[in-house]
Design a protein around this ligand. Structure first.
Ligand SMILES: Cc1cc2nc3c(=O)[nH]c(=O)nc-3n(C[C@H](O)[C@H](O)[C@H](O)COP(=O)(O)OP(=O)(O)OC[C@H]3O[C@@H](n4cnc5c(N)ncnc54)[C@H](O)[C@@H]3O)c2cc1C
Length: 385
């Protein structure tokens, strides 16, 4: 791993930063408050090759890796446009389909995911399973060569913007009758699939939904990869998900620190700008250090993932997601504090990030579940649950 980005990576970072600054947080918040989507931003990002930068060139992607995709996510988020669908569509779904899909599935979905003309949501969370994904009950049964899928999902992002959803369900093992996970591509217009919007307090142009799968009939080729190896396939998508969760949080932390430093350089209520007071400058310096450290772990995770070291990437991706979530929550809180009353206004655009920043502690995997992972996997401690 080099600590210095290549010229291509530097250029990509610069290009994404310039592109997303043209939209920025004002655009993002206006869209969110109007109940609209950031369609122009998504389409342009797709055309410029940013969304599919990690996907194979043979299917219209950029042929780079998770390092580059996380860099895109970080820069978009740093300009105030942290789109959750970047985590879901190219990082989780694009990765899983391009690694395990059939030739036909790759040709059908990857070019569209890469250029943004297809958006694919991802559904694993269930109301009665939550963090315990082993408890999911969405079940697929065979009917001739078709699959019939039934169950419920919750907090599924962007279903209203998606053409399809990658649904994690279960199939019955012929010998034992035990249920094992399997992945299905469900078009959003499939009969039997319905959803209701969940009212969230997050100011975001992307919405969350509860999904109802009521005997949804799917053709045989809806199954992605092997019926018997879904855990491995799922994990291929979950490391990228965590790396992208970290990238989003790192970007959000940078966004907050930038806002605060710009403000405290000029705001003056005593003899000097408030940024000269160490009660203001030291916490911001700490926030900067914490965000940079989290970013380093994120880059390590992405590098290991791109090198094919899934085990090493899993530990680093979990740690990066944890560190970035904590750093960004603290940075956003400190940014609000640094702006005083203005920190809570709509005009200054930082208060809205308070709730959004908490997401990095909860999803895609909670802070506590990461601590469980590190305690058990890195430290070898026994589990309590
Ligand atoms: C905005 C948003 C978008 C989302 N998008 C998606 C999506 O697109 N697709 C999708 O599938 N899911 C999505 N999710 C779901 C998200 O992944 C879950 O919310 C998350 O995994 C936590 O599950 P839960 O909410 O059921 O919490 P619970 O599992 O009920 O946990 C509640 C609390 O208990 C703690 N806890 C649980 N078990 C343990 C334990 N063993 N030890 C210690 N603490 C524990 C948790 O850490 C948490 O703090 C989204 C969620 C949000 C909020």
């Amino acid at each position: 791993m080099s600590f210095i980005e290549t010229d291509e990576q530097k250029e990509l970072r610069k290009a994404v930063a310039q592109f997303s600054a043209n939209y920025g947080e004002k655009y993002y918040l206006e869209k969110a408050r109007a109940g609209e989507h950031t369609t122009e931003l998504w389409e342009e990002a797709g055309k410029l090759g940013f969304i599919g930068v990690n996907l194979p060139e043979a299917y219209g992607g950029g042929g780079a890796g998770m390092y580059e995709l996380s860099l895109v996510m970080e820069e978009m988020s740093a300009s105030g446009c942290a789109l959750l669908l970047m985590v879901v569509s190219p990082a989780i779904n694009g990765t899983i389909i391009s690694k395990f899909g059939t030739e036909e599935q790759k040709q059908r979905w990857i070019p569209g995911i890469a250029d943004g003309s297809i958006t694919m949501a991802f559904a694993i969370t269930e109301p009665d399973a939550g963090s315990n994904s082993h408890r999911i009950t969405t079940t697929a049964r065979r009917d001739g060569s078709d699959w019939i899928l039934s169950g419920q999902k919750v907090y599924i992002s962007g279903v209203d913007q998606a053409q399809a959803i990658l649904v994690v369900g279960r199939t019955e093992e012929a010998k034992t009758g035990n249920l094992k996970p399997a992945l299905f591509i469900v078009p959003t217009d499939a009969p039997g699939l319905s959803w209701t919007k969940i009212d969230m307090e997050i100011v975001s142009p992307e919405n969350q939904f509860q999904l109802f799968l009521d005997d949804v009939r799917l053709p045989a080729d809806a199954l992605v990869g092997s019926e018997d190896a879904a855990i491995a396939q799922l994990f291929a998508g979950l490391n990228p998900e965590r790396i992208m969760g970290a990238a989003s949080a790192v970007g959000m932390g940078r966004f907050a620190i930038n806002k605060a430093t710009e403000y405290v350089k000029t705001r003056q209520v005593w003899k000097t700008p408030i940024g000269a007071h160490q009660g203001i400058s030291h916490p911001l310096a700490q926030n900067h250090i914490e965000v940079e450290l989290a970013k380093l772990m994120m880059q390590k995770a992405a590098t290991l993932y791109d090198l094919g070291d899934d085990g090493g990437a899993a530990e680093a991706a979990n740690m990066a997601k944890y560190a970035a979530g904590e750093a960004s929550v603290r940075a956003v809180d400190q940014a609000v504090q640094s702006l005083g009353g203005n920190g809570l206004t709509k005009e200054y655009g930082i208060a809205s990030v308070l709730v959004a920043s908490r997401l990095a502690r909860i999803a895609p995997v909670s802070r506590e579940m990461i601590l469980n992972f590190v305690a058990q996997t890195s430290l070898g401690l026994p589990r309590s649950y």
